[in-house]
Write a protein that binds this ligand. Structure first.
Ligand SMILES: [Ca+2]
Length: 196
């Protein structure tokens, strides 16, 4: 009697697990029909303390800009607005696209996060997947450098320094891997920058 009860319980468990698998497969099939893969895109949890305090002093430049999608969109605190590079300015198309954040004063920086593009109309195929962060002092010398990969499909890239960098005047990010061949224009996009 005890064994029979155990067997029934096991059979019920197998049925539940199978149902879950089928549901996941159906969702993936639906996403594939739409020509895209479902994104795991919970944004990172950077406090953004430094930019919140000094936003007015910060100047951002880039290797290029798509008209109408300027660098200012990188710090407008809106996840659904992005900077886009000009056409064919992406690592995948053979260039070294970069963005540079000038703090215009010496700051202590322990973390910078890039939040990937989430513009509803241009959501897929523009993400940066890997890149180099360089922390630069007032003389233009690189005092810290780190290569980081995206934490998720949306292209969120987190760079945490083990020891905070002191006297940082500029931070430069250069794409070394992106989706520049996965959209018709050959460009890339980033939604927000957060620094603490
Ligand atoms: Ca934005």
């Amino acid at each position: 009697m005890h064994k029979l009860f155990l067997l029934c319980t096991l059979l019920l468990m197998v049925q539940f697990v199978s149902s879950d698998c089928i549901a996941a497969e159906e969702i993936n099939a639906l996403e594939k029909m739409k020509g895209r893969v479902a994104y795991s895109d919970a944004p990172l949890s950077n406090s953004n303390g430094l930019l919140k305090e000094y936003r007015k002093h910060v100047v951002i430049t880039a290797s290029s800009t798509w008209s109408g999608w300027p660098c200012e969109k990188l710090i407008d605190e809106d996840l659904e607005t992005s900077w886009f590079s000009a056409g064919r300015d992406s690592f995948a198309q053979g260039t070294d696209p970069w963005i540079e954040i000038s703090l215009n004063r010496g700051e202590t920086v322990r973390r910078i996060s890039l939040l990937g593009n989430r513009e509803p109309s241009w959501r897929y195929g523009y993400a940066v997947k890997i890149g180099k962060f360089e922390f630069i002092d007032k003389d233009g010398k690189v005092i810290a450098s780190k290569v980081e990969e995206a934490a998720n499909d949306a292209g969120d890239i987190d760079c945490v320094l083990k020891d905070p960098a002191l006297g940082v005047f500029k931070i430069r990010f250069t794409s070394t891997g992106d989706e520049g061949t996965e959209n018709p224009y050959g460009d890339i996009a980033i939604g927000e920058i957060q620094i603490e």
